[in-house]
Design a protein around this ligand. Structure first.
Ligand code: NDP
Ligand code: MG
Length: 399
């Protein structure tokens, strides 16, 4: 059966991997109906040449509409939709069966909600949707009979493992009914000393050893904030209490997380570190279709050669800070994410140092963020306050 697909953030790293999956699919299996980018007009133009029937949208607010009309209508005869409001409306009316959300940052939340509200399944790379708005996304999905299918590689693995082994929902007395063990590549600085971490440059932080990703998530992988966000994502997606979620460092990025059941059985999903694989799984879900992408072969991979280490929360404080935020409450996780987004942006523009990222996030989390993330307005208000706090603390840092 033909599936109509919308790709949000089509010009980014997840977007490009999604397009590879679409191109590799049997003709007519997927019908792209909508592509969005934020500012990459050229990227959308290239997509239009390949998929002329899909709608196109740029979400950035400050585009000169005439300028875009001129470029697009002249070159392609097609009108391109501009700004967030129009993209949200296009999404709601796109008739997509599945929406891939590859937007970076909490900016992706509203689009996820619009997708779920339209009854489409959400193939979700944008982890910030769950970190900031997990509760409302879950409520909307239930109300509209839509499914959230994780694309983040660890959560894609956990999703399949939990579906296959079906542990009981609740803890049995003191024993967890299931433990989630998230693997982390650890980023480029696992072996760096505390002193060396203070001198990390944006160029070095962007060199990830195993994954090729967008700038923000690459820095998050280097600070382990990415794993912090993923602990929160896992707790909310799978309704597992924080004390039953652990992180292990696994530099090879072959095992994409484990579950341990009450009887002690430990299960993992192994595959090459290639985002096309979890995207393929999510797009075809619930079917299991042969993939043309790098399959893992035994040999040369020897599962007994896979290495795991404990993470060091002292050198990488973004990890314990995420755990603190998860235990403290929903708006704490909104604040954790917002403070980190601001700090990473300032790190990339060289206004602050690498170790200022956890420092600023910690300062922001010292405020009172109690309250439930029960409505989008509440979440976006907490997000804005946390960003303002982060900017204030950054302005007070010694030059
Ligand atoms: P990129 O920076 O490579 O791409 C981001 C995409 O989102 C681009 O198409 C960009 O458009 C668009 N975009 C940026 N800002 C906005 C905005 N404010 N509103 C709407 N669209 C916007 O990011 P990644 O692909 O690396 O990551 C995307 C998401 O997926 C993140 O949440 C990340 O954590 C998650 N993820 C990514 C993985 C990866 O391997 N890359 C792995 C697992 C999860 P434009 O090009 O025009 O700027
Ligand atoms: Mg991940």
């Amino acid at each position: 059966m033909e599936k109509r697909v919308a790709v949000l953030g089509a010009t980014g790293s997840i977007g490009k991997s999604t397009l590879s999956v679409l191109r590799a699919a049997p003709a007519g299996h997927f019908v792209p109906v909508l592509f969005s980018a934020h500012r990459d007009l050229e990227g959308l133009l290239a997509l239009h040449r390949e998929f002329p029937r899909a709608h196109l949208a740029l979400s950035r607010e400050d585009h000169e509409e005439e300028e875009i009309d001129e470029r697009f209508v002249h070159t392609t005869g097609t009108k391109i939709s501009t700004n967030k409001k129009n993209l949200l409306a296009l999404l709601a009316g796109s008739g997509a069966d599945v929406v891939v959300n590859g937007i970076s940052g909490v900016a992706g939340l509203e689009y996820s909600l619009a997708a779920l509200g339209s009854g489409a399944d959400l193939a979700l790379a944008n982890k910030e949707t769950i970190v900031a708005g997990g509760r409302i996304a879950g409520n909307l999905a239930r109300a509209h009979g839509a499914r959230v299918i994780p694309v983040d590689s660890e959560h894609s693995a956990l999703f399949s493992l939990l579906e296959a082994h079906r542990p009981p929902a609740a803890r049995e007395g003191d024993a967890p009914s299931v433990e989630l063990i998230l693997t982390a590549s650890g980023g480029p600085f696992l072996d760096a000393s505390e002193e060396e971490l203070f001198h990390v440059t944006p160029e070095c932080a962007l060199q990830h050893p195993t994954w090729k990703m967008g700038r923000k998530i690459s820095v998050d992988s280097a600070t382990l904030a990415n794993k912090g966000l993923e602990i929160i994502e896992a707790a909310r997606l799978f309704d597992v209490p924080p004390q039953d979620i652990r992180v292990v460092i696994h530099r090879q990025s072959i095992a994409h997380s484990f579950i341990r059941l009450a009887d002690g059985s430990l299960y993992a999903e192994l595959s090459s570190p290639d985002m096309r694989l979890p995207i393929h799984k999510a797009l075809y879900y619930p079917e299991r279709i042969a993939t043309p992408f790098a399959r893992l072969e035994l040999p040369p991979i020897d599962p007994l050669d896979l290495k795991f280490e404990k993470p060091d929360g002292k050198r990488f404080p973004m990890l314990p800070l995420a755990h603190f935020a998860l235990c403290a409450g929903e708006l704490y996780t909104v604040a954790y994410n917002a403070a980190n987004e601001v700090a990473v942006e300032c790190f990339l523009s060289r206004r602050i140092g690498f170790m200022d990222i956890p420092f600023i996030t910690q300062r922001v989390l010292e405020a009172d963020w109690s309250g439930d993330a029960s409505a989008l307005e509440i979440i976006m208000d907490a997000d804005a306050r946390a960003r303002a706090d982060a900017r204030l603390f950054i302005s007070r840092l010694p030059a």
